[in-house]
Design a protein around this ligand. Structure first.
Ligand code: LRH
Length: 502
């Protein structure tokens, strides 16, 4: 039996990547091993123009085409490709099928004040029960409402809305579609009826004809257009719908085994939660700021957005403007060597979403709350990592209370697992073992759903077996000697308050 290959594009906050996945028999009877190879990497940062933050859409399209060409040049013949990226962002097409401007980036500030306004207009409980999403200011609903209020001519001219992977696939295949997991990040998709929320769209004055009934992950989306093939000099290649929401793909790659599990998808964001058969749409889940997003296997990802390593990335960006500042590894080492629990922040406050100077914002928070102000990069990063670990504890407790489940371990996946200090802090904060891996979870989930679509993998259970058999896990055990220090820190942390974003 020979190996099979598919191609994944995973677009993250700072870079986009093309990865080839090769699935082959592992030697053990019947089991399969996945190997992943990065063949192309390109920048994917926002571009500020005219005071607004945008996607650099055409450049990304071109890089994806380059990735496809490089896949064939490597000598492999992929059976299909799929694209995943972060939730909520979209492009608008006019009546001729042309893109109306550069899509906005969700960290743009256009939605300021809109959460409160729509909460009053629609009613928070109604909004929550009809969307299942926490009230995050960048949700597609809020972005569209802000455009509407600003009298956006683009919105007026729009005839089709495509989420970012759907838009990129439209350019590559000539076909329009809407993928389900991303639709569930918009706040405009009803989690139970599984339809676009017509009355809500009407209420905000946006045409429901912009939206198409979503297709499920695994669906076939056609092939590269002739003109793209000719441009690249490649044979026919099929596009497949994956969990095009990066978090959906990452959760699909958790080596959880059977039964209920709790995950922490750790990257620019930290997404902590579980998977359930039914959404939780009541007041308790709303008050605690949980989302119910669509999973690749039909269930619901009950999770909370936590500000994540964005806090570190923004400090790193500031200290590296000249190009010669400390690396991420240097910063973690400095944090390790700093005094424990010097000061703590409430990471999910809106003020940390996109401040002009993250280091200064953290210092201001510490000053305002009567704590010592971090005076060095090491102290600032230590403050961030400890605060994140304590926030994980809080959200884990909330997840357990909401679902009536006690979890024996936390599965941590995504690029954040490279930060061993964070892994150790997390295990000490939550006082259960952390099983870290795989790192490339979004790309792996993307690849595996394609393998399911072409019949090489038969089920979700087999998918998790393949992950478990293909990638090493690093286990962080809670340290008994650290227990009381983290308990004390948690009490202080809980008094800081954590409203804002959620
Ligand atoms: C993580 C993520 C998250 C969304 C956010 C916008 O990358 O997709 O699930 O809420 O980005």
């Amino acid at each position: 039996e020979s190996s099979r290959t598919v191609l994944a594009f995973d677009l993250g906050a700072s870079s986009g990547r093309a990865l080839l996945g090769r699935l082959s028999p592992s030697g053990e009877a019947g089991s399969l091993r996945l190997q992943v190879e990065e063949i192309h990497r390109f920048p994917n940062g926002p571009v500020t123009a005219g005071g607004r933050m945008h996607w650099n859409i055409l450049s990304i399209l071109q890089e994806i085409k380059t990735g496809i060409r490089l896949a064939y040049e490597s000598g492999e013949i992929p059976e299909s490709f799929g694209i995943d990226t972060w939730g909520v962002d979209f492009g608008l097409l006019d009546a001729n099928g042309e893109l109306l401007g550069n899509p906005y980036h969700y960290r743009d500030s256009q939605t300021e004040g809109v959460v409160e306004e729509l909460g009053r207009l629609i009613g928070e409980e109604k909004l929550y029960s009809d969307s299942g999403l926490q009230f995050m200011p960048f949700n597609t609903l809020y972005q569209l409402y802000a455009m509407k209020k600003a009298g956006s001519p683009k919105l007026a001219a729009a005839r089709t809305l495509l989420m970012m992977p759907d838009l990129l696939l439209y350019y590559l295949t000539g076909r329009r579609h809407s993928e389900y997991t991303l639709a569930t990040t918009t706040m405009l998709f009803h989690p139970v009826r599984k339809q676009w929320n017509g009355p809500l769209l009407e209420r905000i004055g946006v045409l429901d004809s912009l939206f198409m009934q979503p297709v499920q992950p695994g669906a076939s989306l056609g092939e590269l257009t002739d003109s793209v093939r000719q441009e690249l000099g490649v044979p026919p290649l099929k596009a497949v719908a994956v969990g095009s929401h990066d978090t959906a793909s990452a959760v699909a790659a958790v080596p959880s085994g059977m039964g209920q599990f709790v995950y922490l998808v750790c990257g620019t964001w930290s997404l902590l939660g579980t998977v359930r058969d039914e959404p939780l749409l009541g007041n308790e889940a709303m008050r605690q700021g949980f989302s119910n997003e669509g999973g690749v296997d039909g269930g619901y990802r009950l999770l909370k957005n936590i500000m994540g390593l964005w806090l570190v990335q923004e400090c790193h960006r500031k200290w590296n403007r000249s190009g010669s500042g400390p690396s991420f590894a240097d910063l973690t080492k400095m944090a390790d060597e700093s005094v424990p629990f010097h000061s703590l922040i409430a990471p999910d406050l809106l003020r940390f979403m996109n401040p002009p100077d993250m280091e200064a914002e953290i210092a201001a928070f510490c000053r305002e709350t009567g704590q010592p102000v971090p005076r060095s990069p090491g102290e600032t990063i230590r403050c961030i990592l400890e605060s994140l670990a304590l926030r994980y504890r809080q959200v884990l407790r909330q997840t357990e209370a909401l679902t009536g489940t006690i979890f024996p371990r936390l599965h941590m996946v995504g690029g954040g697992i490279r930060n061993e200090t964070l892994g150790r802090f997390t295990a000490n904060a939550i006082q259960i073992p952390v099983w870290a891996g795989p790192e490339e979870a979004s790309a792996i989930g993307n690849l595996l759903v394609q393998f399911q679509a072409c019949g090489a993998i038969q089920s979700a259970a087999e998918r998790t077996e393949v992950v478990a058999g293909s990638f090493p896990l690093q286990v962080f055990q809670p340290e008994v000697s650290e227990r009381s220090a983290w308990d004390q820190a948690y009490e202080i942390f809980c008094r800081l308050g954590n409203s804002g974003l959620c």
